[in-house]
Ligand binder design. Structure first.
Ligand code: DX5
Ligand code: ZN
Length: 221
């Protein structure tokens, strides 16, 4: 089955100017972007610390589009209800961080959010087979998580194709999200491989005209 829909675009706020956060949020509000992608890092699960609840609370007061929170923290079950209370629409946890992944997914859904599962570049797609019908979103990390502005890992396409096959075969409604190093150089190939949602940090926020960059990505360009 050919996958032809235009993607959802989720600008990653990690690459925004934090000293002008409200302006950056308004830019996304006025753009063709679909979601806000918010990277939460704890300095343990990944070698960086980003931002946490107080910042997300401020963002949620201005954001007019759904919040997509990507947890890069150990033992994410501790904070599922907290992120629900902050107005999160989609909460993504890492396969590698969850001892009881199926339970974590159910807990996220029970808290009235959609549930995403992210995988490291070294984690094989077929490990997700047992939960492919439970997850609402699979986040394929196309850089090693922890930092924005890294180079896209080229051998990610095969994994995206494998996931697309797995989703079609199982009848799952899970969406495939791509996170890391997304630019106009790889957008077409990502969509051809089966991507549904593109996260883009530096490519959007470092651009002279971020709204135009978002509009183009949205059209697969
Ligand atoms: C990396 C984060 C990404 C990151 C993407 O750990 O999960 O969301 O912000 O940034 P770019 O698009 O700059 O690679
Ligand atoms: Zn992310």
């Amino acid at each position: 089955m050919k996958h032809t829909n235009f993607p959802l675009i989720a600008p990653s706020v990690l690459a925004a100017d934090f000293a002008n956060l409200q302006d950056e949020i308004e830019m996304v509000n006025l753009s063709d972007a679909d979601w806000f992608h918010l990277d939460v890092m704890d300095g343990v699960f990944v070698p960086n610390i980003s931002f946490g609840m107080p910042v997300i609370k401020s963002i949620s007061q201005h954001a007019k589009k759904p919040l997509d929170v990507h947890l890069m923290i150990v033992d994410p079950d501790r904070y599922i209800q907290t992120f629900a209370d902050l107005g999160t629409a989609n909460l993504t946890v890492h396969y590698e961080a969850c001892t009881h992944l199926h339970r974590s997914i159910q807990a996220i859904k029970n808290a009235n959010m959609t549930a995403g599962v992210a995988i490291y570049p070294h984690t094989a797609a077929n490990l997700l087979e047992p939960i492919i019908e439970d997850a609402d979103l699979i986040c394929v990390m196309t850089v090693n998580p922890g930092f924005g502005g890294q180079k896209f890992i080229e051998n990610s396409y095969r994994k995206i194709e494998q996931l697309r096959e797995m989703i079609v075969k199982s009848g799952s409604s899970a969406k495939i999200q791509i996170d890391g190093g997304v630019t106009n150089q790889n957008v077409k190939q990502l969509l051809a491989a089966g991507a549904d949602i593109l996260v883009a940090g530096n490519f959007v926020f470092s651009a002279a005209n971020p709204k135009e960059v978002i509009a183009k990505l949205k059209r697969g360009k």
